[in-house]
Design a protein around this ligand. Structure first.
Ligand SMILES: Nc1ncnc2c1ncn2[C@@H]1O[C@H](COP(=O)(O)OP(=O)(O)OP(=O)(O)O)[C@@H](O)[C@H]1O
Ligand SMILES: [Mg+2]
Length: 257
């Protein structure tokens, strides 16, 4: 098993009280599979993604449960180990690339930085690899795009560039948090097609976070449905998307139609 989450519980502390935002969530993801976490806004999807990378905001705490990644206990890994792991073994793609990229550095430089930090690729080969990665995500003029700053790219190009950066170190797991929800509908479809192609070509393992069951149906093998921090149902996409047993999942489906 590549990723195994057992009884993960996350609480948020405020001055007066503690509130449970992820409640004993368990699921596992095998290598070369795509597992979707779906659920309405505030159901805890992003929190679970950030917990895996140990990037939760300081007021959020994992109070119970375990996260096992490739045989390693993530919750007890050292900060140094986590810095190695992020990007190199687990990469995250966010909804808004402008938040993920540094605004004052060219895109190509930022992708090259990943190669420098996480791979043994010699300096003279790194630029070529950056162009290759940009090509992989369907960018036809990689040399120009590599010189551009994040704000100079269109939303769709920026999203592709972030995917290229996530792929740079050849991670074992990609966490994609609403990777297309900031794009208009036509672009969404194209980026989803791109992700589908990358999953097949590069045999990626993906934890896909989305509230869109159409995207789940298109990309995922398995699905975990969350409501207010708890798992409502989980199983194979063909069973759950096409034959939901729970009212909550049915409502998510209807919201789409
Ligand atoms: N830093 C924080 N401080 C306080 N509460 C938080 C914090 N981060 C998340 N929460 C709360 O935890 C719950 C789960 O949030 P989370 O962002 O994981 O939901 P989500 O499923 O990703 O929602 P969305 O679909 O809107 O992205 C929400 O009620 C949210 O308000
Ligand atoms: Mg979220």
């Amino acid at each position: 098993m590549l990723l195994q989450i057992s009884n993960l519980t996350v609480k948020v502390a405020s001055l007066q009280s503690q509130k449970t935002i992820v409640d004993k969530v368990s699921f596992s993801l095998s290598s070369e599979r795509v597992l979707a976490l779906v659920g309405g806004s505030g159901s805890g999807k992003t929190t679970i993604g950030l917990a895996i990378l140990r990037l939760l905001a300081p007021q959020l705490t994992v109070t119970f449960g375990a996260i096992d990644f490739n045989g390693e206990n993530i919750l007890s890994a050292s900060p140094k180990r986590m810095r190695q792991l992020r990007g190199k073994e687990v990469a995250m793609i966010f909804q808004e690339p402008l938040d993920a990229f540094n605004p004052v550095l060219p895109i190509g430089f930022q992708i090259e930085e990943m190669l420098w930090y996480h791979t043994a690729l010699p300096a003279e080969k790194r630029k070529g690899r950056v162009y290759e990665l940009l090509n992989t995500v369907g960018i036809r003029d990689p040399r120009r795009v590599a010189r551009d700053y994040p704000h100079q790219l269109s939303g769709g190009m920026r999203q592709r560039a972030m995917i290229a950066q996530a792929l740079a170190a050849n991670p074992k797991l990609i966490i994609a948090d609403e990777p297309t929800s900031n794009l208009d509908v036509t672009l969404q479809a194209r980026v989803i097609e791109l992700i589908k192609k990358l999953i097949a070509d590069l045999k990626l393992s993906v934890l896909l976070i989305t509230h869109d069951l159409g995207v789940v149906d298109h990309l995922a093998d398995e699905v975990v449905v969350l409501s207010e921090g708890s798992v409502v149902e989980q199983g194979a996409v063909r069973d759950i998307v096409h034959n939901p047993q729970q009212d909550y999942t049915r409502k998510l489906m209807e919201a789409l139609a």
